[in-house]
Design a binder for this molecule. Structure first.
Ligand SMILES: [Zn+2]
Length: 709
């Protein structure tokens, strides 16, 4: 899902989320057949806002255990009544009555009206709603349990035939309708993921959570009124028009995806283009990529991709902006992480007022724009790159989004920032007031995503660990800022710590190694440790799993002239003598007359470093400090960073000018970059520009916006 600029309280509080070719041959060989196959026939009753569906599911038990039951998601029951986990959580968070619940008459739901085995055995009487996430939402109906008459043995398949009937919600989240526009997602009964030794992994539909499912082969037949334009996951393989009832049935197929979404609207424009790899990527770019990744040239070559855009007529003038962003995304995600493995990608300009924008599904995603746009603001571009990018993380490296959302959103926010920086450079802050981009009214500062991400990250460290389960975050703001921006900032920090080449290889190896799989944190750390050649587990313990701020800084910098002698009473050759200030001055004067006097004065420089945060560097990582002297010389020292502070001393014939920790700017996660550097005059130098300018501007803008609304 997209990040968004929302209500923000900055500095001291949280900055809340500002906002069939089938498989290529070489891959198909290494990919196991999917655990699931679906064939679904669904009809849209546009006037009645209903879906009528039939579904056949073939599930093969992938484990070494006999499985007696199955958990199925019925996601739309999240919008059935105010007792669903989703609406209770929304209400608890909003504290203003109904939260995001639908208006009267606009609820959504899904009923399984029939379910049987292929031999006709009726399973309907055994259906019971399950509450796998504990007792706190006892009346939630988004997960249902089916009991099989006999357990499904290892390797054995079970064929289920279902019929379902759904009321399309007037949108609460992601799916829904507005007038004659429909965005249909999370819409069909869908098995959880069976995990050996743990059983079914199927969580309720929570407000702050996305999804988890097994890879599957899909065939979906969608029947809509004849004049509707539709877009869908997968590749269209058949169209049949039934003139007698003025309906059209489209068939879409896609293998090796774990979800399937579609949209329908009679007014939409459908534009098709081709991503032609040879036109988009130069030989030089292929060579650079192959060198960086240490791969043969052939392995980094990209395939062509058919791109489809469904766009509202009022946004027609933005068609080229949409395609340019999508081409950039296909190119850079493909070069860095691995070639896009599907034949098609469909980009949907979300239907007005359906709250379906900025969301990802396999081979289909929703963007989001408005009628008035500024070319300075990289929107819809950022959303397009981001949502396409999810196809690479959530879509292909299919982590459990309920339990480890950061492995998708964090990786993708990090990746989006890199693609946007490469393809567009910095963009103006995407703040909009009443549909008008603020960039029209004010000169907005330009920034890179990683700069904004960092601001959110450092302000939300203390709310939750990045790695918490999605619906257990303090609130939606903490979920967003931690899972998207703090995770992205930490990944960028780790990139700095490990270096560009090692990092590029880590990301490639992780992506390609876990395509069509369900990796977790341990698998990623395994790849990091292997490529880095050292144990970096501490980085995850200290910074992802904790709520500790990371903040090293320079507390004091000063030089004093080292006196010729110290005052007081001394024994010199057995005789007690007092060294006075006057005698010292005389010694100085004598020295000054000697020819090499200038080199004789010495200065003692003291630099005090502090660890202001709880988090510490560990492993072989250390705190580097660069001390600059007035003659232009520098000294570099290393501190292990474990204690709360340390004092460094230098004796040199020159006074100090400044001291700086982390001079290469590796530790982007550092909570206060302003204290990283300090001059002898007390002024802070080398401060990242965004700190002063960007924070100031964002804060003022937000005050300005809130004063208007
Ligand atoms: Zn996202």
């Amino acid at each position: 899902m997209r990040k968004y600029f929302g209500t923000v309280c900055l500095l001291g509080a949280a900055l809340l989320v500002l906002p069939t070719r089938g498989l290529p041959q070489q891959e198909a060989a290494g990919v196991a057949a999917p655990v699931l196959r679906y064939e679904i026939w669904v009809e849209l009753d546009a006037a009645g806002k209903m879906l009528l569906g039939k579904e056949e599911i073939v599930w093969t038990n992938p484990s070494r255990e006999a499985v007696p039951d199955m958990l199925l998601h019925l996601y739309w029951n999240a919008f059935k009544n105010e007792e669903s986990a989703f609406l209770r959580e929304a209400r608890a968070e909003s504290m203003f009555g109904r939260g995001r619940a639908p208006e009267e008459g606009e609820w959504g739901w899904i009923d399984v009206t029939d379910i049987r085995l292929a031999d006709g055995t009726d399973l309907k009487s055994g259906l019971i709603f399950a509450t796998p996430d504990g007792p706190e939402h006892p009346d939630d109906q988004t997960v249902v349990r089916i009991l099989f008459p006999e357990p499904v043995q290892p390797g054995e398949s079970v064929r289920l035939q279902l019929e379902f009937r759904s009321k399309i919600p007037r949108t609460v989240s992601r799916s829904g309708y507005y007038k004659n526009s429909f965005f249909i997602a999370q819409w069909f009964p869908k098995p959880g993921v069976y995990e050996e030794g743990k059983g079914w992994n199927a969580h309720a539909y929570h407000q702050n959570s996305e999804f988890f499912a097994d890879f599957a082969d899909f065939v979906v037949h969608i029947t809509v009124p004849r004049d509707f334009v539709i877009g869908s996951s997968g590749k269209q393989t058949d169209v049949r028009v039934d003139e007698s009832v003025k309906k059209t049935t489209y068939t879409y197929r896609q293998s090796m995806v774990h979800d399937f979404a579609w949209m329908a609207d009679p007014r939409y424009l459908k534009v098709e283009r081709e991503f032609i790899a040879d036109k988009e990527v130069t030989l030089e770019e292929y060579r650079e990529t192959a060198d960086l990744l240490g791969l043969p040239l052939e392995e980094v070559k990209l395939p062509d991709v058919k791109m489809t855009l469904l766009i509202a007529p009022e946004h027609e003038r933005q068609i080229e902006r949409h395609f340019r962003a999508l081409r950039a995304a296909i190119k850079y995600y493909g070069l860095w992480y691995g070639p896009y493995p599907y034949e098609t990608v469909t980009m949907v300009d979300p239907p007005y007022r359906t709250r379906s924008g900025g969301m990802e599904y396999p081979t289909l995603f929703t963007a989001g724009t408005q009628v008035l746009t500024s070319t300075d603001i990289l929107s819809p571009e950022g959303v397009i790159v981001h949502e396409f990018g999810h196809g690479y993380w959530y879509g292909l490296v299919a982590n459990n989004e309920f339990e480890a959302a950061w492995l998708d959103e964090g990786f993708n926010t990090y990746s989006t920032g890199r693609v946007m920086a490469r393809a567009y450079g910095p963009g103006a802050l995407p703040l909009v007031f009443k549909g008008v981009p603020l960039a029209w009214l004010l000169r907005m500062p330009k920034s890179f995503d990683f700069e904004l991400d960092r601001v959110a990250a450092i302000n939300t460290v203390r709310y939750d660990p990045v790695t918490a389960w999605s619906w257990r975050f303090y609130n939606g703001g903490s979920y967003g800022a931690n899972v998207y921006m703090r995770a992205a900032t930490l990944l960028r920090t780790l990139e700095g710590v490990l270096g560009e080449q090692t990092w590029a290889r880590i990301m490639r190896t992780y992506h390609m190694g876990y395509r069509y799989k369900h990796p977790g944190k341990a698998e990623f750390i395994g790849v990091v440790n292997e490529a880095a050649g050292k144990d970096m587990t501490w980085f995850f313990d200290e910074l992802f799993d904790s709520t500790q701020a990371f903040d090293y800084g320079v507390a004091e910098v000063a030089s004093i002239k080292v006196p010729r002698a110290r005052r007081g009473v001394f024994e010199v050759k057995g005789i007690r003598e007092e060294m006075t200030s006057k005698k010292i001055k005389e010694l100085d004067a004598a020295e000054a007359k000697s020819p090499e006097a200038k080199t004789k004065s010495e200065y003692l420089t003291t630099v005090v470093l502090r660890r202001y945060g709880e988090a510490r560097v560990r492993g072989d990582a250390q705190v580097k400090v660069l001390v600059r002297f007035k003659d232009g010389t520098t000294e570099t020292r290393i501190w292990d960073g474990q204690a709360r502070w340390t004092r460094l001393e230098f004796v040199k014939p020159v006074e100090v000018e400044s001291a700086q920790v982390d001079p290469e700017g590796v530790w982007l996660i550092d909570a206060n970059l302003a204290n990283n550097s300090r001059g002898v005059d007390g002024l802070r130098r080398n401060v990242v520009k965004l700190l002063t300018q960007l924070l100031f501007t964002v804060q003022n803008l937000l005050q300005f916006v809130s004063s208007l609304s």
